[in-house]
Design a protein around this ligand. Sequence first.
Ligand code: HEM
Ligand SMILES: [Cu+2]
Length: 540
Amino acid sequence: MESSVASNQKSYLQHKPYKGILNWLLSTDHKRIGLLYLYSIMVFFLIAAIFGLLMRIEKIAPGETIMGPQTYNGVFTLHGIIMIFIIVIPGLAAVFGNFFLPLLIGARDVAFPRLNLFSWYIYIAGTILAIISQFVGGGAPDTGWTFYVPYSAESSTSVIWALTAAFVLGFSSILTGLNFIVTIHRLRAPGMTWFKMPLFPWSIYATAWIQVLATPIIGITLLMVIAERTLNIGFFDPALGGDPVLFQHLFWIYSHPAVYIMILPAMGVVTEIFPTFSQKPVFGYTAIALSSIAIAAVGYFVWGHHMFTSGISYWSRWFFSFLTFIVAVPSAIKVFNWVSTMYGGSIDMKPPLLYAISFIFLFMIGGLSGLALGALATNVHLHDTSFVVAHFHYIVFGGMGFGFFAGLHYWYPKMYGRMYNVRLANIAWGILFLGFNLLYFPLFVIGLQGMPRRYFDYFPEYHTGHLLSTIGAFILIAGIVLMLYNLFFHVKRGEKAPANPWKGVTLEWKVASPPPHENFDEIPVVTEQPYTFKSTESDS
Ligand code: HEM
Ligand SMILES: [Cu+2]
């Protein structure tokens, strides 16, 4: 494949057909839309992280410190809604999927560029509704992001606004998924057969199917709660003749697969990073590609593990517990393959690899504690304790969050055409990693001892755990701030990035940094497997 990077087009950042900010608001360029998502997600992440910090400050000592129980309920609900529906569900797919999927498969854009921009507007509309819900009617919703009935049918807070917000956000997710599916089917470069496609696109493909197939279920379920509240139709509320357990089934039939919407693209990102920083072909290409599909498929059949204590039958509990153990297999296959990819490679310990390796480490802790929760006998004791809070933060933040940071450090030079300060990035990683574990690990311990989740107060015997956790939260936030400072402010002093700073071999590294407006002057023709490292290949 030719490695010429000179292009007769302007870079996408210099391509400005409109005036000022309109170049962002009206652009249908997948790269600019990816950045739109990146900036919105970063802003909302900082807001939601501050809510997390406020909760931790409340729990720095037993008794009420900075807020009462009702405020705490509102704060953890908003923290959960923003983190889940506004940050991690669009997350990597919307940011890196948009920016890099077309580049990695050798296309000029996604299949439906206008629909792509429209999805971002729907996303913003949903977000605005979530913000409004804090200020109208009966006050901030206090149901938790899970909207469990009958409480969510009865709470006097503005639950309807929050439900509508999540409903609207779902459309953005579905349309993005649809766009990516069609893009992958129709726009792969000539010669790029399915099994010559890089693995990040494979993970996006698996994710997109979940977005398209699972999201409508949550949409209709949220509408049913709205109908119950406004029209008094008894779907879920026993007082109206409904069944509350039905809600939990419908909610988790979506929300379990949704954790794979969050994690699969992160797995895809680190799968790109390991071969590059080991300068070795990925180990077990086919196994990694197909395990993404397997995770997406099996993930539909384990939702009952959220309901072991909700009064479902003995056999369904047994069965869901069993299936939960099956879904761990394809994830374990991936971990095995990542480690084998590094084995014997010439490892270059740069920030993207640091984040990718910590992804494996944290994801393993999250996954193994997930098996403790998936086992019926232990679940009954651990359900609704802070053990669960620790488990899902290790998965979503340790997994998806660190995967996101890995991708950001890996592709940053390509996206902006500048190098960040590597030393500062390493320091920020160290602070983040330390803070993260100090924040969440104690929650495993006090959870085992019986500390319930979603409580604003606790008995004095849990004090040490909570204190450590709160200190960890401050350290973590400091790490995040340093990381963002390095990437978005300090970088102005950084040197220009070459087209291929890490010696990657996938197609995005064959175009200039930042990429030209239409990515490729000529669509490349693909003849080889995606991870063919030639030791003779000279650095560009
Ligand atoms: C930035 C630092 C973060 C801090 C300090 C933090 C802290 C907390 C705290 C204290 C709780 C309440 C636990 C309880 O009272 O039961 C919580 C709940 C939660 N967090 Fe975080 N968190 C952070 C990041 C994240 C991220 C990245 C996600 C992404 C998914 C996330 C998702 C959630 C969810 C879904 C809940 C459950 C809310 C509920 O119970 O309804 N958090 N977090
Ligand atoms: Cu689940």
